[in-house]
Design a protein around this ligand. Sequence first.
Ligand code: NAD
Length: 538
Amino acid sequence: MSLRENPQGKRYGKTLTGAHFIGGKLKGENAKEKFQSLNPSYLKDVVGEFPIGTAKDVDEACVVARDAFKKWRMVPAPIRGEIVGKIGQIFREQKEMLSRLITREIGKPLRESRGEVQEAIDTCAFFQSEGRRLYGQTVPSELRRKELETYRRPLGVCGLITAGNFPFAVPSWKIIPAILCGNTVVWKPSEDASTVAHAFMNVLRAAGLPDGVVNMVHGTGPVTGAAVIDAIDKGLIQKISFTGSSRVGMKIGEVAGRNLQIPSLELGGKNPMIVMDDADIDAAVNGAVWAAFGTAGQRCTSLGNLILHKKIADKFVSSFVKRAQALVIGDPNLDEGIAYGPMISERFMKGYLEHHKLAKKGKNTKCLLEGRRITEKNAPKNFKGDAKNGLFVTPTIYDGVAIGDALAQTEVFGPTVNVIRVADFDEAIAAANGTKYGLSSAIYTNDPVTRLRFKNEISAGMSSINNSTTGAEAHLPFGGTGWSGNGTRESGVWVVDSYTRWHAVNIDDSGGLQLAQIETEETGEGKAEDLSELVPGA
Ligand code: NAD
């Protein structure tokens, strides 16, 4: 690993010559096939250059992880927790540097990047103490002089594939519980955030994590990601955990399924927010602006379908459009005050610009704001970035959308929102449940009955009441239903189920062979008076 002068992006920092990290060693620095990670706010700034990991690299990392597993699983869980605690401490010490690197590499506003690193710190704090729990149970036996116990056992080598939009928090949600439970890891980070992944890995090294416990192989999805999936069929991976698009998640589900593994799949979303006629409109507009346009709409929990009660729809839309037009867009490295920065990559830019085609299919769709790529010629007055060299876009709002329209059904991954007008709660909840996704959801209402109905009737992994669709905490389960995931959860005690299997143990002290069910003692018959005449006719 080396840092090179980066004259084009001097104001941002040096360029990292990155490498894989396998068995405690940097590898592949001189690989033939490489890719660059560019600063999306200023594409001339090369943040890092990385080898594209081959199947050979992935397999080597898996074998190293398999060897390391033999020792790591025997390290007492509280001691593994101590190392997790150290990792969290170093994250805290390096928080500002790490946050600025996230902002440089993926263009997230600095306050959001700080929030991400904080989420990783919180995750370490939670799992440090989980190392002192990781409880099994003692279970009563139906036979005398016999004890039953359960233990959580690690699974083996975990293949982790992550997306670039939460390049620090999401890897921590996977790596930290996986190793705390005694597993070892082969991580394929997003090609959009490989420098951040390098910095994450650097902290694990600084914390004294033994060699081979976490290995990282850089690369692209079709080459390196595919090699990780193939490693399941080769028997080199016992667990796969994936965060990314539903398309790739479905493929992973198939491969894991034929190997009788339960994958963790955290996928896309088309998240609804309902605003009822009794809601606090100002609060709801605030929530919608943050949910739809924060991180330029590149969160899995971003607001997609804004479902408005027709009585308040006009008032809401007029305020919402004004707020969207006033958003300050720009380079978050140079200005802490911007609302959102660039699209993370050219690929997301393309998807965003192309999504306008979907609108043409809607019968009553009306475009209130048509998001465009910001150029030197069309830049809004309050734009604070380099239009020529950055991937910036203005926001989109469509009105008159029906839930069956392609616009309402497709995850765009950009700052775009569809207004769907409804007459009552029944129509609202039908629209909210009307996509194949089910990640996050929200409602604004002050009516306790509507609130109760929403909680009971919404089909989503996460729901907010009088808050936006986005937001997570390290000790609350995170995940979705339908096309948003297969029901596994990240975070909190729930994720421990994803990285362990239950082991049931019975210990017989009888000195003989006791057989449950067959030799279980009878409970006998009792005798009692007939009391029915105390209440004749009952
Ligand atoms: P993506 O599926 O294209 O890529 C995600 C990861 O998978 C990357 O590391 C990529 O290299 C890899 N990959 C891509 N193609 C692959 C293939 N054929 N085989 C193996 N690996 C492959 O996703 P993206 O478009 O980069 O990220 C955005 C998506 O991620 C959105 O759908 C978003 O909603 C979702 N996401 C979900 C969550 C969640 O927790 N539910 C969080 C963040 C992002």
